[in-house]
Ligand binder design. Structure first.
Ligand code: ATP
Length: 328
């Protein structure tokens, strides 16, 4: 049976992540391939409310697969949290003749999409775009692979100077609620300790570990600290604490910050984005809605948005064990 969906909107919402452009490109090209109209919605839900739309064809997304950020811009939109705001958005979509939308974003964006669907029965599909890799239903979110490669690259450089000067570096990485970036990049960059929100190692254990590291002959050390780690101290306070209790160390701090969100997406993120965009459009045309596209065991899968927003993904205990063994 032919689908009732003839025009699909696509938007990016919440924090940007590398791979969002590749996902936009994929949604647009899949629509073109299936002879469906596609409309870019600028500035997330804010642009939806204001009718900031532009018709896209296959050529509108030339040369963006390799670019970080999002050509559609992203925004946080307080008005969409209100019934009145969502009514305005619905009016704009109806006026433009849009029958369904794909939202590329995180938990908040999916919550908004669900509420919108609940009120208007409007078909919605989510693509997880966040560097944190914290969304249930997908082993990988768009941008995570790029972010951990960016972090590993930065730490490799920091290690050069750390080992030249026999220094200890605390490197703060993103991750307020989850430590996936810290743990994966930490293992990949050979960090001596990794402090993540899911695990409170305690300051004593950190000191013990650093003492052991020194005694075993290591002349420099890298400790990765996720923003939300639970030691109760930020990286600068950790530096002071260690300098006070272990004066043998010359300690430095590096906060990587927003550089982790930018940059050209890795090939992994580009391929993932391409697959997710195809799956999102095809699923809408099959009559599915309120789902998030994800990847599990190398297969594209759908998870109800209501499930995806329920909780963060758990940290990989096996990888924590690997990390512990590697720091011997
Ligand atoms: P990230 O956390 O990776 O930045 P996100 O999608 O979780 O991405 P948010 O800022 O939480 O980012 O949400 C993006 C937008 O989604 C909000 O600005 C708002 O417009 C909409 N939104 C978030 N939560 C809700 C909600 N409870 N009801 C309606 N809309 C919401």
């Amino acid at each position: 049976m032919a689908s009732k969906i003839k025009k699909i909107g696509v938007l990016t919402s919440g924090g940007d992540s590398p791979g969002m452009n590749a996902a936009i490109r994929s949604v647009v090209r899949t629509c073109a391939y299936l002879k469906i109209e596609c409309v870019g919605i600028y500035r997330g839900y804010q642009g939806m409310i204001e009718g900031d739309f532009k018709t896209f064809d296959a050529r509108s997304v030339n040369n963006i697969i390799n670019k970080g950020g999002t050509i559609l811009k992203s925004a946080r939109c307080e008005e969409f949290r209100t019934k009145e705001g969502r009514k305005k958005a619905h009016d704009q979509l109806v006026k433009e003749g849009i029958d369904a939308f794909v939202v590329i974003g995180g938990n908040g964006s999916f919550t908004g999409a669900l509420m919108f669907n609940d009120e208007y029965g409007f078909p919605v599909m989510g693509i997880p775009g966040t560097i944190d890799n914290d969304i249930l239903g997908s082993s990988y979110t768009l941008g995570f692979d790029t972010a951990i490669n960016t972090v590993v690259d930065a730490i490799d450089k920091i290690r050069d100077t750390a080992s030249s000067h026999n220094r200890l570096f605390f490197v703060e990485v993103m991750g307020r609620d989850v430590g996936h970036i810290a743990l994966n990049a930490g293992v990949g960059a050979g960090a001596e300790e990794i402090l993540i929100p899911e695990q409170n190692l305690g300051l004593e254990r950190l000191l013990e570990s650093l003492k052991r590291s020194k005694a075993s002959g290591k002349s420099s050390s890298i400790v990765i600290v996720a923003e939300g780690d639970k030691t109760g101290k930020n990286v600068f306070e950790l530096k002071e604490y260690v300098e006070e209790h272990l004066p043998i160390y010359d300690v430095r701090v590096s906060v990587l910050g927003h550089m982790q969100r930018g940059g050209n997406p890795t090939c992994f993120d580009r391929v993932l984005a391409s697959r997710m965009g195809v799956k999102a459009v095809e699923s809408l045309l099959e009559g599915k809605s309120n789902q998030m596209v994800g990847i599990r065991d190398t297969k594209m899968v759908l998870t109800p948005l209501a499930e995806a927003i329920k909780a963060h993904t758990e940290i990989d205990e096996e990888l924590i064990r690997v990390s512990d063994i590697m720091t011997t």
